[in-house]
Design a protein around this ligand. Sequence first.
Ligand code: ZN
Ligand code: ZN
Length: 238
Amino acid sequence: MRIQADLHVHTVASGHAFSTVAEIAAAARMTGLRAVGLADHGPALPGGPHPYHFSAMRFLPRVMNGIRILRGVEANLVGPKGELDMPSPLLDRLDYALVGFHDGCGLKPASIRKNTRALVAAMAEPRVRILAHPGNPAFPVDPAELVEAATAHRVAVEINNASFTLARSGSEEPCRRLAAEVARQGGWVCLSSDAHVAVDVGRVDRAWAVAREAGVRPDQVINRTLEGLLRFLGLPAT
Ligand SMILES: [Zn+2]
Ligand SMILES: [Zn+2]
């Protein structure tokens, strides 16, 4: 399956990624995408951008090189009650937020129960529409409980391609279980590249293989078509 939008792409602003917005837009066009979502890390990640970066996203054109540019963030969970490193007014200026656990942001891995509760609590923030790599085995979660809450909040569970190539080794089994719950409960999946360099933009082949084998249907993938994605995010069509 081909996706039309990749919602998890990092620019040089993340501090440890290597491509500019222009390079990412060009790569997105080359690979046949219609939209790309810039989702640099939230400010709590060491080397991450200052909060001004996110308010300055208003300077970005909505379309570059024929590619729709969506304004996002990969926000960090920084407290056990779903506290994020992005204040609500800043999130409100963006098109969407992913939220996830990252080492070095103050919140240490805890029990399955505590990790799950933190992620579920973060979904109360309206801009949070995607859970970033919740299949990370370093921060284990309860798949049934997490997907139940995500489905109720209309939040998508990300299956992250980089989890099977470059990062978070051991993600296959937790991702399979999460995808199976999405299939069973009728929720949503987001297939993402988590590209840290432009050549990886739109690369979701491994992620789709895991989701499909677990029973996820194409119509459960929020970023399969641009029109469907914009409806899911509540964004205008143009
Ligand atoms: Zn991440
Ligand atoms: Zn990322």
